[in-house]
Design a protein around this ligand. Structure first.
Ligand SMILES: [Zn+2]
Length: 95
């Protein structure tokens, strides 16, 4: 009798834990989507991988950075201006 109660108890804990993770993932997914949409106007530091802008040298979250692939290598920039200054042969234009 007690053993059965314990089994149900553990089952409920597992269920709650699973649901909690599910809700967390859903919220995180929605949050990330919103941040990408806002990236043009508002930039905020949040969790996630940080990448370095090779032009101005600042670090920024990968999901808001502007991506450019040059000779199969990925580069990330803080702005369109930095992206333009980084030439296709991997040099940084001064100015
Ligand atoms: Zn930059």
């Amino acid at each position: 009798m007690f053993f059965r109660f314990l089994l149900v108890f553990f089952f409920l804990i597992t269920l709650v834990y699973f649901l909690r993770n599910l809700v967390y993932y859903l919220l995180k997914g929605l949050g990330a989507g919103r941040k990408v949409r806002e990236a043009g106007t508002k930039r905020e530091i949040h969790g996630g991988q940080m990448v370095r802008d090779p032009v101005c040298g600042i670090y920024l979250p990968k999901d808001i950075a502007i991506r450019k692939v040059i000779q199969g290598k990925e580069f990330y920039f803080c702005s369109e201006e930095c992206k333009k200054r980084f030439t296709s042969d991997g040099r940084v234009e001064r100015g």
